[in-house]
Design a protein around this ligand. Structure first.
Ligand code: CU
Length: 99
């Protein structure tokens, strides 16, 4: 399982229908189908995604990393603050940028 697949699997678990109507810390990518190695842009958004509802400010995560074959890859230096525009409001969020 690739690093991205693990990230997306975690995000998919958090988005299960059982927890609808709640807020989620999302790891979002425009194109979830990754066909090969390379950088994948991600956004971290604290939001009510199912109803396209209220977005909440998030701070910088305490840790942001991937694990590949048991090796932890620190990605904190690839996070940058952004402002997420939701339907109802804007909120502080983060994006993962390429080096
Ligand atoms: Cu909420």
């Amino acid at each position: 399982m690739t690093k991205l697949a693990k990230l997306l699997a975690t995000a998919a678990l958090a988005l299960s229908p059982i927890a609808a109507q709640a807020h989620f810390q999302l790891i979002y990518t425009e194109n979830p189908i990754v066909e090969g190695a390379g950088d994948v842009p991600l956004r971290l958004i604290f939001w009510h995604p199912f109803e396209n509802g209220h977005a909440m400010d998030m701070g910088k995560p305490l840790a942001f990393y991937a694990v590949n074959k048991g090796a932890k890859i620190d990605l904190m230096d690839r996070l940058a603050p952004i402002t997420f525009q939701g339907k109802e409001n804007t909120a502080a969020a983060m994006r993962r940028h390429c080096l």
